[in-house]
Design a protein around this ligand. Structure first.
Ligand code: FAD
Length: 438
């Protein structure tokens, strides 16, 4: 395990309302990001202040482009500032789906780029001294015997077809040494994956983008994009004229670009943070400070913060309503896994939206010559969104080969049109929840 530690800074940037533990543990200060006012000129206008947009802005600014970024709320307002913080290679879908769509060779390129995304995250954290508690080690845990077979087959296939040797099967005492519970029959330990404080990482990217010359504007929702050879983006009090526009709004916008409507479905995911555990309690949960996800389709995932809070995610809602008794349900899950934590208090709970595509592969592309987008990470974007920004900057700089590998992935709209889409998705989710129980 290679853990990066930073002195714990007092919060320097308070966001209102303090909706999550992340927001109450901010350690990165930004220069002011005033709302856009008046007309400005930029080479590139980026819409969205999450990891995709900020990484795009940073990499473009480093290449010498003038960048203006518009964020509807505050930097990190979206999924990037609320997530489980797991930094994983791969995609939200399996590699078989990618192979079927793009062929084995392109699938290998995609896999290698997803590994690059993890390395890029580590590199950005180090290069820009981002205090985000980056730590390595991840467990992909089986919940039932079907998962044991599937995970072992996955390990074998990744070694054979992709030369990926970073997965190790653990069970019995070897597993209990990394996660102290009897619930899992086994797990894959992945040393090339880890976790971090997602909001501090996102704010760190914003700080780096500012230092590189990017202009960031909070509370500046893009209201309309004027398309054409000289595009322009309008906000309530301003306008950006640019050569290129990058849409990096993921699950958090609808309607700005009608061609994209229905290509992603918005789903809310919920998390809690417990009170800080004692050192002894933490050692009886994840003694090596790994992150963990279980192998269910509607999965649970957790990790410890540097302050030893258990950060646990795992309930989904497709209609935007918080699941009933969220804290009690999370409490019951934690107690089942770690009986010694029964009754530990849950200090925070919050939700965030993920953008899911029909095949769960990310949806990158361009509309016309100068409008680019990257969205639909399907709950697997913490590392990949950073790489997306780098690839978008490469593509705008004239080297689009790597971006185009992803952009070649075919995507279909969710069936059912506007009215039936949600009921159909709910039906599908009930099916998978049922399957998870079998
Ligand atoms: C609860 C939760 C847990 C997750 N856990 C993990 C995990 O452990 N590992 C993992 O890999 N992935 C995880 N994800 C997914 C991951 O967080 C996302 O894939 C990733 O953060 C996407 O980044 P993004 O920049 O594309 O989108 P976002 O971070 O959502 O950013 C989009 C931004 O666009 C802004 N915006 C929207 N419309 C406009 C507009 N009109 N004008 C200006 N700005 C606009 C929004 O305010 C928002 O800030 C999780 C997501 C959630 C919600």
């Amino acid at each position: 395990m290679n853990t990066q530690t930073f002195p714990s800074a007092s919060p320097v940037r308070r966001l209102e309302p303090a909706a999550s533990w992340y927001r109450d543990s901010i350690a990165v200060d930004l220069h002011a990001c005033p709302p856009l006012a008046g007309e400005v000129r930029a080479d590139v206008c980026v819409i969205g202040g999450g990891i995709t947009g900020l990484s795009t802005a940073l990499h473009l600014a480093e290449r010498g482009h003038a960048v203006t970024l518009l964020e509807a709320g505050e930097i990190g307002h979206g999924a990037s500032g609320r997530s489980g913080g797991q930094i994983l290679p791969g995609l939200g879908t399996d590699m078989a789906t990618v192979e079927k769509a793009l062929g084995r060779e392109a699938a290998r390129d995609v896999w290698e780029m997803s590994r690059e995304a993890v390395r890029l995250t580590a590199d950005l954290v180090e290069r820009h001294a981002i205090p985000c508690e980056l730590s390595w080690g991840y467990l992909h845990a089986a919940v039932k015997s079907r998962h044991v077979r599937e995970l072992k087959a996955f390990r074998d296939r990744m070694a054979r077809d992709y030369g990926y040797e970073a997965l190790e099967w653990l069970e019995g005492d070897a597993l209990r040494e990394r996660v102290v519970t009897d619930v899992y029959p086994g797990a894959l330990y992945e040393r090339e994956a880890g976790h971090l404080h997602p909001l501090n990482y996102t704010l760190g990217l914003a700080r780096a983008a500012q230092a590189a010359g990017g202009q960031l504007h909070e509370h500046s929702p893009a209201l309309a994009i004027q398309r054409g050879p000289k595009p322009a983006v309008t906000t309530q009090a301003g306008r950006v004229r640019a050569d290129y526009v990058v849409l990096a709004t993921n699950a958090y916008q609808s309607g700005l670009v009608p061609e994209l409507s229905g290509r992603v479905m918005r789903a809310a995911n919920y998390m809690i943070a417990t009170e800080p555990l004692t050192a002894d309690q933490a050692a009886r949960v994840l003694p090596h400070n790994d992150a963990l996800s279980d192998a269910n389709f509607v999965l649970d995932y957790y990790r410890l913060s540097a302050s030893r809070r258990l950060i646990y995610g795992g309930e989904v809602s497709y209609d935007g309503r918080e699941p009933r008794n969220l804290s009690a349900r999370m409490d019951a899950k934690i107690a089942r896994l770690f009986p010694s934590l029964q009754g530990v208090s849950i200090d925070y709970r919050w939700g965030g939206d993920v953008a899911i595509t029909l095949n769960r592969a990310p949806d990158f592309g361009r509309l016309g010559a100068n409008l680019f987008y990257a969205q639909g990470y399907s709950g697997h974007g913490m590392a990949l969104a950073g790489l997306a920004g780098k690839l978008l900057a490469e593509a705008i700089g004239g080297q689009s080969e790597r971006f185009d590998v992803f952009a070649a992935m075919p995507h279909r709209r969710f069936p059912g049109g506007r009215r039936l889409r949600l009921p159909l998705l709910l039906l599908a989710t009930h099916f998978y929840k049922l399957r998870d129980r079998l």
